[in-house]
Design a binder for this molecule. Structure first.
Ligand SMILES: C[S@@+](CC[C@H](N)C(=O)[O-])C[C@H]1O[C@@H](n2cnc3c(N)ncnc32)[C@H](O)[C@@H]1O
Length: 243
């Protein structure tokens, strides 16, 4: 997508939408992460508005964060407990924090917001440098299979149809580059609003090789936060890497 910069996807408008957004599996996510974090500390890459970091910190674990978007972090800060979390504004591929962590995690497909294989590998390498010897790196991401079943490698989905607004999700997939170009389009009397997002996806097996390049190994892979088995019907995976 010519002219696209990742920060464009996470401005004020989107931060407002994400502000109180819940997916429904937050409790299971927190229980899963808490078990791996032990006494902590934990680091969330792309912490956003604190959907996971805040309830995890409420369990008594120190949680730090990294995020590129001041707008998203401002929403986190405004929530109860948000001022207790140390957040570094920066690119999570750099893991731009001092010290080591018992748990580092990146959820909700966000690893794929790093748009090159090079950046994704760099992320794994920097994570490895910040993990304690017994530490875990947890990645939650979608399994790309559905992209290969699209007609003409694209779709337009009606997300909402109301009397005063229509919202469409428009996506195109490039199998050769493993890139997805997507925009959430709002059409209303206020005009047209676009929310572009680009992702570079990877199959779980490619992530495992990235981990090995970084000196880490796959310890566990689940089909969800409740430790559902990972198999050919899984649309998502929760992968745990360690030394
Ligand atoms: C889908 S939101 C997820 C937020 C949070 N992890 C959650 O699960 O609710 C993605 C977040 O990734 C951040 N982000 C995207 N690319 C980034 C990058 N290269 N470095 C740091 N943060 C990034 C965005 O600003 C946004 O807050």
């Amino acid at each position: 997508m010519e002219g696209y910069e990742p920060i464009m996807s996470f401005g004020e408008d989107v931060a407002e939408i994400y502000g109180d957004l819940q997916r429904g599996d937050e409790s299971a996510t927190v229980v899963f992460l808490e078990q791996l974090a032990g006494r902590g500390p934990a680091l969330e890459l792309a912490i956003g508005t604190g959907r996971i970091a805040l309830p995890l910190a409420a369990r008594g674990i120190r949680v730090d964060g990294v995020d590129i978007s001041p707008a998203m972090v401002a929403r986190l800060r405004a929530k109860p407990g948000g001022d207790q979390i140390s957040v570094t504004i920066g690119d999570f591929a750099d893991v731009p924090v001092p010290g080591t962590y018992r748990l580092i995690f990146v959820v909700w497909n966000t690893l794929f917001n790093l748009l090159t294989q090079e950046d994704q590998v760099r992320c794994f390498e920097n994570v490895a440098a910040h993990l304690t010897d017994d530490g875990s790196f947890v990645v939650e991401a979608f399994v790309p299979g559905f992209l290969y079943r699209l007609r003409s490698d694209q779709y337009v989905d009606a997300e909402a149809i109301r009397v005063d607004e229509v919202r469409l999700d428009v996506l195109r997939h490039d199998m050769a580059t493993q890139m997805i170009e997507e925009s959430h389009v709002s059409l209303s009397s206020a005009g047209v609003r676009l929310n572009p997002v680009v992702q570079r996806y990877a199959w779980p097996s490619e992530l495992d090789l990235m981990a090995r390049i970084a000196g880490l190994r796959l310890k566990d892979r689940w089909g969800g936060w409740n430790r559902e088995p990972f198999n050919s019907t899984s649309s998502t995976h929760v992968s745990v890497y360690g030394r």
